[in-house]
Design a protein. Structure first.
Length: 449
C-alpha cells in the first residue's frame, strides 16, 4: 500500500491507449475506472468508437515489447489467440522502388499480426484480471471538471448508459479519447493556453478488404508491403495475415484520389499497384465481408510539452497527443510506450510528498521523447510527395537522399538492415542511425551518386 499515490484514477476511452494507461496507473491508485462510450464486445468484433479497427493494425515490435512489459507474458496471449508470428525482416516481402523485393533475412526478432479487434480484446482481457480496474462501457464523457481555482482537474461529467448525466471524481484523469477534444475543451473553458500543433496534410484514402487465404498462397512470404515510386505514383498496398487464416489487404492513395468500395474498383486499384504481387495473391481469393474505406486528412502533433502551464490531475495520452500517419503503423505502439513511461514516472514519484505535483510536464517530456523519432521517420517520406501540406524541413532533399542511402546500405549489409528495422519498429532510438561510423558509410554511399 505504500506505493499508492491517490485513491481514484479515471481513464477516458478503452482503446489501446486507455487500456494500457489503466494498467500503468493500477499499481498506484486504489481504484481505476475506464469510461468508454461503446459497448465492449466479448469477441474480436469491430466497434463504432474506433472505425479504424476494420483496417490493418500493425503492432510494431517496440509496441509489442511495451505491452509485454505491462502485461507479462502478453506475447504468449497473442500466439494463443491465433495471431500470426512474423520473423522480423523475413516474413513480410517489402517492395521498394529499386528493390522488388528488399532482401528477406531473419533479423532475430518476432512480431505478431492480428486484427485490431483481436489485439484490443487480448489487452482488454488482461486489464479485466486487475481487481482494481473497472471497465465502464456505454458511458460518454462530456467534459472534464475543473477545480474552482482552475489549476486542477477534479473529475469528469459523463452520460451514463441509462441516459443520466453524472459526475465522477478522480485524483488523475487520463484523456485517451483519441481525438483529445476533452483536454482542449477544458483548457478553453478555463482560459488557459492551447498547445501548438504541427500538422502534416497527407489526404490519405484507405480501402480495405479481408480474404480467406487461398490454398495457392505463396510460401515465401506471409505479408507484402508495396511502396509507390514517389512522386510519379501515389498508391501503395499492404497485405497482412490475420488470425483465422485470413488476409487483410489495403490499397491506399494520397491527395485527392477516392478509394474504391466496390469489388471491381478495388481489384482495379490492386492491379494498378507498382508491383503485381498483391493482385496476383488475391486475384482468385474469396473475399469475406464488405470493402471498407477510411479518410485520414492529416497527422497532428499537439505540443503539450511546450506549454508553460497545465492543470494538475489531467494527462492526454495516445492519439490525444499525437495522431500519426497510419501507413507507418506507429500509433498503438507509441500509445503503449507512453503508458509504459507513465508507469515508470509514477514508480519514481511514488515516495515523493506530492507525486501528482508536476506530473504532467514530466510526462509530456517523456512522451515527446517517444513521439519525436516516429514522427520524424514518417514526416520525411511524407514530404517526398509534393502535395503534402506542412512545414518542410529545410534540409528535406538531403534527408531524403540519406534515407535512400540507408536503404542501399541496409540491402547490402544485414547488420545495417537489422539496425534500421529496429529503429523503424521503435526498439531503438533514431539516434543510433547517426553514429559516426554509420554516418561515414552513408557518406560513402551518397558519394556513389
Ligand atoms: C486507418 C487507420 C489505420 C491505422 N493503422 C495503424 C497501424 O497499423 N498500427 C498502429 O499502431 N496504429 C494504427 N492506427 C492508429 C491507431 O488506431 C491509434 O493510434 C491507436 O488506436 C491509439 O489510439 P488511442 O487509444 O489513443 O485512441 P483510440 O483507439 O481512437 O481509442 C479512443 C477510445 O475512446 C473512446 N472515446 C472517445 N471519446 C469518448 C468519450 N467522450 N467518452 C468515452 N469514451 C470515448 C472511443 O470510443 C475509443 O474507444 C491507424 C489509424 C487509422 C485511422
Amino acid at each position: 500500500m505504500s506505493s499508492l499515490i491517490g485513491q481514484h484514477a479515471l481513464v477516458v476511452g478503452a482503446g489501446i491507449g486507455g487500456l494500457t494507461a489503466a494498467r500503468a496507473v493500477a499499481d498506484y491508485f486504489e481504484r481505476v475506472v475506464v469510461v468508454e462510450r461503446d459497448t465492449l464486445p466479448e469477441r474480436a468484433e469491430p466497434r463504432a468508437g474506433v472505425p479504424q479497427d476494420k483496417h490493418p493494425h500493425v503492432l510494431l515490435a517496440g509496441g509489442q515489447r511495451a505491452l509485454d512489459d505491462l502485461f507479462p507474458g502478453f506475447e504468449h496471449d497473442l500466439a494463443r489467440t491465433g495471431a500470426v508470428p512474423l520473423r522480423g525482416g523475413l516474413d513480410v516481402r517489402v517492395e521498394l522502388p529499386g528493390y522488388d523485393p528488399f532482401p528477406q533475412r531473419d533479423l532475430g526478432w518476432q512480431a505478431y499480426a492480428q486484427s485490431r479487434a483481436q489485439l484490443e480484446l487480448s489487452v482488454r482481457q488482461r486489464v479485466r484480471t486487475y481487481a482494481n480496474i473497472e471497465l465502464r462501457p456505454r458511458c460518454r464523457v462530456q467534459a472534464c471538471v475543473a477545480r474552482a481555482d482552475r489549476a486542477a482537474v477534479t473529475g469528469v461529467q459523463y452520460m451514463q448508459a441509462a441516459g443520466k448525466s453524472a459526475t465522477l471524481e478522480a485524483d488523475l484523469v487520463i484523456d485517451a479519447s483519441g481525438r483529445g477534444t476533452l483536454t482542449l475543451g477544458l483548457l478553453q473553458s478555463i482560459g488557459w493556453a492551447l498547445p501548438e500543433e504541427t500538422t502534416i496534410g497527407i489526404d490519405l484514402a484507405y480501402a480495405t478488404a479481408v480474404f480467406a487465404i487461398p490454398e495457392t498462397a505463396p510460401q515465401d512470404w506471409k505479408g507484402v508491403l508495396c511502396f509507390p515510386q514517389v512522386p510519379q505514383h501515389r498508391r501503395g498496398g499492404l497485405l497482412l495475415p490475420l488470425e483465422g487464416e485470413r488476409w487483410i489487404v489495403t490499397v491506399a492513395a494520397r491527395h485527392g484520389e477516392t478509394a474504391p468500395e466496390d469489388e471491381d474498383g478495388f481489384m482495379a486499384w490492386a492491379q494498378q499497384l507498382r508491383t503485381p504481387t498483391i493482385y496476383k495473391a488475391i486475384q482468385h481469393a474469396k473475399r469475406l465481408g464488405e470493402i471498407v474505406r477510411f479518410q485520414f486528412p492529416a497527422s497532428e502533433y499537439r505540443h503539450y510539452e511546450r506549454l508553460e502551464a497545465f492543470p494538475r490531475g489531467l494527462l492526454p495520452l495516445g492519439d490525444a497527443l499525437c495522431r500519426f500517419n497510419p501507413i507507418y503503423g506507429q500509433g498503438m505502439s507509441v500509445a503503449a510506450q507512453e503508458a509504459w513511461a507513465l508507469r515508470q514516472l509514477l514508480a519514481a514519484r511514488a515516495s515523493a510528498r506530492d507525486p501528482l505535483d508536476g506530473l504532467a510536464p514530466s510526462f509530456f517530456a517523456e512522451a515527446s521523447a517517444i513521439i519525436e523519432g516516429p514522427w520524424a521517420m514518417a514526416a520525411v517520406p511524407d514530404f517526398a510527395h509534393p502535395d503534402t501540406r506542412g512545414e518542410r524541413p529545410p534540409d528535406l532533399e538531403q534527408r531524403l537522399k540519406v534515407g535512400l542511402a540507408l536503404n542501399k546500405l541496409a540491402a547490402r549489409d544485414p547488420a545495417v538492415h537489422k539496425l534500421l528495422t529496429e529503429v523503424q519498429n521503435l526498439l531503438k532510438p533514431r539516434s543510433v542511425l547517426q553514429e559516426p561510423e554509420l554516418t561515414q558509410r552513408l557518406q560513402a554511399v551518397l558519394a556513389e551518386g
